[in-house]
Design a binder for this molecule. Structure first.
Ligand code: BES
Ligand code: MN
Ligand code: ZN
Length: 501
C-alpha cells in the first residue's frame, strides 16, 4: 500500500475520506479549528449537540461535506488525552480504518496531531496510524468474490499544522510493522491445505529472500539426524512431511548476544487419535500462529535493520490420524534425552516445541521466547484477548511484559511453582505429555521448561488472542497478528534501542 507523508493543510487535502481524531472532552483547536472555520461552524454544532464526544473509538462519518477538498470526513474519538495508551490509540485508529475500507479504490488522508496527546508523541501517532491503516483495511475474506474490506488506493498521513518534518521515518517504520502483522495474519488465515509444513516453509523462504534474512529449512531426513523424535512423532500420522524453518538476522556484532524466537507451527491440529470434536477442530488452521508470528516479527526486524542478533525457529507439522499416527502409550525420546509418555495426542504442541527449544539452546541462544497456541486451558483462564506468560527467569519475563505493555498487547503472568511437576511426572517415562484438566496451561509450561536447560526463557500461550471468533468494530475476525508488535519491541529492547514507534 502506498503510504505517504504529506505537508498539505487539512482543509486542502483531496481524499475520499479525511480522518481526524478528537479527544474527550472535545477541544476545538489545531486541525479541528481549521475544519470548523472551513465548514461554517459544523464542528462547534456537533459538539454542542453532543454528537461529537471524543469517546474512545467512537466514530462520526460525515458524507457529502462541502467547504473542504475532501469528499467525506470521519471523526474518531481517542478518549481522554491523559488516558491514551498505545493500545487505546490502536483501537481508535483501526476502528476508523475498518469503517472506511468497505469500498474499493478509496483514497484516504489521516491527520496526526501536531503536539503530543498524553504520552503519545506526534511521531508515535504517525507510526501507529501507518500500522492501523494497513491492519484495518485487510480482511480475512481472502477468497470472497465480493470483499468486505479493500486495501486503500492511496494514503496520506498529514500533520495538523501543515508540515510533517520527522514524520516520514515514523511512517516508514509503521509501514514495515503493519506489513509484518498482515503477513502473520495472511499465513494464519490461509487454509490448511495450502499452509502445510512445506507450504509454510516455501512462504518463509520467499519472505526471507525479500527481507534479507538467512533461511534454512530442515526436511524429514535432517530432522531425523537431529534426533527430533518428539516433533517427528506428531507428524507421523500425516502424509504431509514435517519441516523446521530457521531464519536468522545478524544485525549485531559476532559477539553480541543472540535472541531466539521459537514458534509452534502445527499447520492443522485434528487432535490426532485423541481426535477433537468438530467444534474444537474448526479453527485449528490457526495452530501455526506462533510460527507465523515469529516469521512476521523477523521480517520487520530485518527490514528495520535493527542492530541485534535474532534467530527464529519454527517447528512445522500436521497433527493427523493416519495409520502410522503416534499412539497413546507411545514413549518418545526427545532430542535432549528426556523420555515422554504420550497420554493424549492432542497435547502435541509441547512435543513439537520440546525439540525445537532444545535445538535453539544447543545453537547458542542467550535468551529465548516462544509463542504457541498451546492450551485451551489458557483461554479458560484469561479469556480470548489475553496471552499467558510463563518463565524460568523473572527479569527476562519482566522485559517481555514491559515490551508488550509498551505496544498495547495484554499479557498476564501465571505461576511456575515446582509443585505443578507432580501432575506431569511419568509412571513409565520421565514425564507425561498431559497433566490433566487442572492448571492445564501451567503444566504445559512446566513441560516445556524441561527443554530449555538454564537459558532465560519466556513462554507465551497465545491460544486466546491469536485468532478471533468474530468481527468487532476495532478488529477483524480470524487471525489477529497478536504478538508481532511485542516481539519487535522486545528485539529493540534486547539491543538497548529506544522505543521509537
Ligand atoms: N492447539 C490446541 C490448543 C488450542 C485450543 C489453541 C483452542 C487455540 C484455541 C492444543 O494443541 C490442544 O489441543 N491442547 C489441549 C491440551 C490437552 C489435551 C492437555 C487442550 O487445550 O485441550
Ligand atoms: Mn492439540
Ligand atoms: Zn495444537
Amino acid at each position: 500500500m502506498d503510504i505517504r507523508g504529506g505537508n498539505i493543510s487539512v482543509t486542502q487535502t483531496e481524499a475520499d475520506w479525511l480522518v481526524v481524531s478528537v479527544t474527550e472532552p472535545v477541544e476545538i483547536t489545531g486541525a479541528l479549528e481549521k475544519l470548523d472555520h472551513a465548514l461554517g461552524g459544523l464542528v462547534m454544532r456537533l459538539k454542542a449537540s453532543n454528537d461529537l464526544t471524543g469517546k474512545l473509538a467512537s466514530i462520526i462519518p460525515l458524507r457529502g461535506v462541502t467547504g473542504i477538498a475532501a469528499r467525506r470526513l470521519l471523526f474518531v474519538g481517542l478518549g481522554k488525552a491523559e488516558e491514551l495508551t498505545a493500545g487505546r490509540l490502536d483501537k481508535a485508529l483501526v476502528t476508523a480504518a475498518r469503517a472506511i475500507s468497505d469500498k474499493p479504490a478509496t483514497r484516504v488522508a489521516f491527520v496526526v496531531p501536531s503536539s503530543s496527546v498524553g504520552v503519545i508523541s506526534p511521531s508515535k501517532f504517525a507510526c501507529a496510524t501507518a500500522v492501523a491503516i494497513q491492519v484495518g483495511s485487510l480482511g480475512q475474506d481472502l477468497f470472497r468474490t465480493e470483499r468486505n474490506r479493500y486495501p486503500f488506493a492511496s494514503v496520506e498521513i498529514i500533520s495538523a499544522d501543515g508540515g510533517s518534518p520527522g514524520l516520514g521515518d515514523a511512517i516508514q517504520r509503521g509501514r514495515i510493522v503493519g506489513q509484518a502483522i498482515n503477513l502473520t495474519r495472511d499465513l494464519v488465515n490461509r487454509p490448511p491445505q495450502e499452509i502445510t509444513p512445506v507450504g509454510f516453509a516455501i512462504r518463509a523462504e520467499a519472505v526471507a529472500a525479500e527481507c534479507g534474512l538467512r533461511c534454512e529449512v530442515f526436511d524429514l531426513n535432517r530432522l531425523k539426524q537431529e534426533r527430533m523424535e518428539s516433533l517427528l512423532a506428531v507428524s507421523q500420522g500425516s502424509p504431509q512431511p514435517p519441516r523446521m524453518v530457521i531464519v536468522e538476522h545478524h544485525g549485531g556484532g559476532p559477539n553480541a548476544p543472540r535472541l531466539a524466537l521459537v514458534g509452534k507451527g502445527v499447520t492443522f491440529d485434528s487432535g490426532g487419535l485423541s481426535l477433537k470434536p468438530s467444534e474444537g477442530m474448526v479453527t485449528m488452521k490457526c495452530d501455526m500462529a506462533g510460527a507465523a508470528t515469529v516469521l512476521g516479527a523477523l521480517s520487520a526486524v530485518a527490514r528495520l535493520k535493527l542492530p541485534v542478533n535474532v534467530i527464529g525457529y519454527m517447528g512445522l507439522v500436521e497433527n493427523m490420524t493416519g495409520g502410522a499416527a503416534f499412539k497413546l502409550g507411545d514413549i518418545l525420546t526427545a532430542r535432549n534425552g528426556v523420555t515422554i509418555e504420550v497420554l493424549n495426542t492432542d497435547a502435541e504442541g509441547r512435543l513439537v516445541l520440546a525439540d525445537v527449544l532444545s535445538y535453539a539452546v544447543d545453537a547458542g541462544a542467550d535468551k529465548i521466547i516462544d509463542l504457541a497456541t498451546l492450551t485451551g486451558a489458557c483461554v479458560v483462564a484469561l479469556g480470548e484477548d489475553v496471552a499467558g506468560a510463563f518463565s524460568n527467569d523473572q527479569s527476562w519475563c519482566d522485559s517481555v511484559m514491559a515490551a508488550a505493555s509498551t505496544v498495547g498487547e495484554d499479557l498476564w503472568q501465571l505461576p511456575m511453582w515446582d509443585m505443578f511437576d507432580e501432575l506431569i511426572k511419568g509412571d513409565v517415562a520421565d514425564i507425561k505429555n498431559t497433566g490433566g484438566r487442572w492448571g492445564g496451561a501451567i503444566t504445559a509450561a512446566r513441560f516445556l521448561k524441561r527443554f530449555v536447560a538454564d537459558t532465560p526463557w519466556v513462554h507465551l500461550d497465545i491460544a486466546g488472542p491469536a485468532f478471533a471468533s468474530s468481527n468487532k468494530p476495532h478488529r477483524e475476525g480470524g487471525a489477529t497478528g497478536f504478538g508481532v508488535k511485542s516481539l519487535i519491541e522486545l528485539v529493540r529492547r534486547f539491543g538497548s534501542l529506544s522505543d521509537d514507534c
